[in-house]
Design a binder for this molecule. Structure first.
Ligand code: AMP
Length: 217
């Protein structure tokens, strides 16, 4: 059983790296942001509660987030473990998590703010299936259309300069102390996220003592 947390500023490749790790090691890939986006898109009661907060790039309240994480992990579909992305986002969430689950490692993807701006403003999302694209590193074959389902590619509602400024400030204010807290428990590996996705994945595997990464041809 392997339980990992993946942390890093927006655009550092958390989604990509956790998907690669999860697919190969049979881990369940849990993205708290994706769960909230699903609720917004599906017009659930929870979606209505979080929609505006998310669009402004602000954090959803801790009680709500902890309930969502608890519910998700209670599904117990993670026989081989999980990798969780987007949580914990502050010290209180980190303490809740450490009390409830033992963690095998925290993957910290390190990316300078300047590169974050470049990447995030190029990010697109399929409005049909939710697949991620990036106009710099992962362009769709046809402009504006998803390679998988043909859906329209859109900008995430919170990928605006205003929201990004807010999220970066929030990140440094709240997440740096969380990383310090985990580092005190010797869980953290910090990986330079400026490299290409295969290099980053290889380094994560090496540092966590996991089977080597061989990209699909
Ligand atoms: P993400 O996809 O991880 O950037 O998350 C998108 C949005 O979902 C964030 O800007 C928050 O509004 C909300 N969110 C996701 N994870 C958390 C969390 N752990 N705590 C509070 N809000 C969160």
């Amino acid at each position: 059983m392997r339980k990992y947390v993946i942390m890093g500023v927006q655009g550092s490749g958390k989604g990509t790296q956790s998907a690669l790790l999860a697919a190969d090691l049979d881990l369940v890939d849990i993205s708290v942001g994706d769960i909230f986006r699903w609720h917004v898109k599906s017009h659930t009661k929870l979606g209505a509660q979080v929609r505006r907060v998310m669009a402004r790039g602000e954090l959803v309240g801790d009680d709500l987030v902890e309930a969502v994480v608890r519910d998700r992990l209670q599904q117990h579909d993670w026989n081989y473990g999980f990798v969780i992305d987007g949580f914990p986002r502050n010290r209180r969430q980190a303490e809740f998590f450490l009390e409830s689950y033992d963690i095998d490692g925290v993957i910290h993807l390190d990316l300078p703010d300047k590169e974050v701006w470049r990447r995030v403003l190029a990010r697109r999302l399929c409005s049909g299936c939710g697949m991620d694209y990036n106009l710099i590193a992962h362009r769709p074959e046809t402009d504006g259309r998803c390679d998988v389902c043909g859906g329209e590619l859109v900008t995430r509602e919170d990928d605006t300069p205003e929201a990004l400024t807010r999220r970066l400030a929030e990140y440094h204010d709240k997440i740096d102390p969380v990383i310090d807290l985990f580092r005190g428990k010797e869980y953290v590996i910090t990986v330079d996220a400026r490299a290409d996705r295969a290099t980053v994945q290889r380094e994560i595997r090496e540092r966590l003592g996991l089977p080597a990464y061989t990209p699909a041809a």
